[in-house]
Design a protein around this ligand. Sequence first.
Ligand SMILES: NC(=O)c1ccc[n+]([C@@H]2O[C@H](COP(=O)([O-])OP(=O)(O)OC[C@H]3O[C@@H](n4cnc5c(N)ncnc54)[C@H](OP(=O)(O)O)[C@@H]3O)[C@@H](O)[C@H]2O)c1
Length: 289
Amino acid sequence: MTDMSGKVVLVTGATNGIGKVAARELAKMGATTVIVGRNPDKTQTTIAEIKQASANSQVHGLIADLSVMDSVRSLAEEFKRNFDRLDVLLNNAGAVFSERQETADSLERTFALNHLNYFLLTNLLLDVLKRSAPARIVNVSSDAHRMVRRMNFEDLNSEKSWGIMGWKAYGQSKLANILFTRELARQLEGSGVTANAVHPGGVSTGFGKNNGGLMALMMKAAGPLFMKTPEQGAETLIYLASAPEVQGVSGGYFADRHPVEPSPAAKDDAAAQRLWEISAKWVGLAARV
Ligand SMILES: NC(=O)c1ccc[n+]([C@@H]2O[C@H](COP(=O)([O-])OP(=O)(O)OC[C@H]3O[C@@H](n4cnc5c(N)ncnc54)[C@H](OP(=O)(O)O)[C@@H]3O)[C@@H](O)[C@H]2O)c1
C-alpha cells in the first residue's frame, strides 16, 4: 500500500458510492482526508465510518451543494482556511437527472454539477495544488461521453433539446470532463500538477436512483448482476490518486488502471479550449490558469 501520510486529499461526492470507497482507502494509506458532502448528518456519519475503517483520525468534512457556484466558492475558501496544502483533488460528485432542472444560477443542473463544479473548484484550488506539487487532479468521467458525437456548444444549457431521460445532458457533461482534463493538463505542463480522467465502469451505487421511477428501477435491477461493486469501481480513482507509477502522467483517460482512448470528440483540442473559455465566462473566472 502506498504511504500517503503527510498528504492532504479532497474528495467530492464522498458520502456515497465510489467516492466514499476512494476516500476510505486513501485514509487507510494515511492521507489527511477531507470529504465533501451536501448533507451534514450523512457527512458526519461517513466521517465516523471512514475513521473507524481506516484507524486514521485525520478525516474531516466540508459541506457544499456543488451544483451551486457560490457554494463551490465557499467550499474552496473554507478548505483554504483550514488546510495549507492539497496533494490530491478528486472531483467525483456527479449525477444524472431524468427531468431538466435549473439551479439558482439558471444553469441546467447536470452541466452545473458534473462539469462547472469540477471546473470552478479546480481553478479555485490551483494555487494550493501548485504550492503542494507534485500534486494530482483526478476527474471522474464516464464512457457515457461516447453517447454524444461532440460538445453541443449551441445548447450547453440544454434549453433547446433534452433527449431521453437526461442521458444527452449527462453524456455531454462527461465529455466535458475529458475535454476539461485535457486542456487543464496542457495548461499545467511543467507545474508538477497532473490531471487525469477516469471511467469507473458501470458500478452499483446510488447513481440514477435520485430520480425514482423507471430510471431507479433499471439501476436497481442492473446492480448486483451486471455492475461492479463500489470497491471495484473506485480502483482506478485510487490508483490515479496514489500509485507511484502514474506520478507525472497527465492528460490521460483511464479505465481498469490503464490508459484508454476516449472518443474522437474527447480529443478535440479546439473544443477543449472553447469549452474552457465558455466555462470561465459562465462561472466568472479569468480565462487562463
Ligand atoms: N455508477 C456508475 O455506474 C458510474 C459510471 C460512470 C461514471 N460514474 C460517475 O461516478 C461519479 C460518482 O458516482 P457514484 O456512482 O458513486 O454515484 P452516487 O452513489 O450517487 O454518489 C454520488 C455522490 O455525489 C454526491 N452529490 C450528488 N449531488 C451533489 C451535489 N449537488 N452537491 C454535492 N454532492 C453531491 C452524492 O451525495 P449524497 O450522498 O448526499 O447523495 C454522493 O456522495 C459521478 O461523477 C458519476 O457520473 C458513475
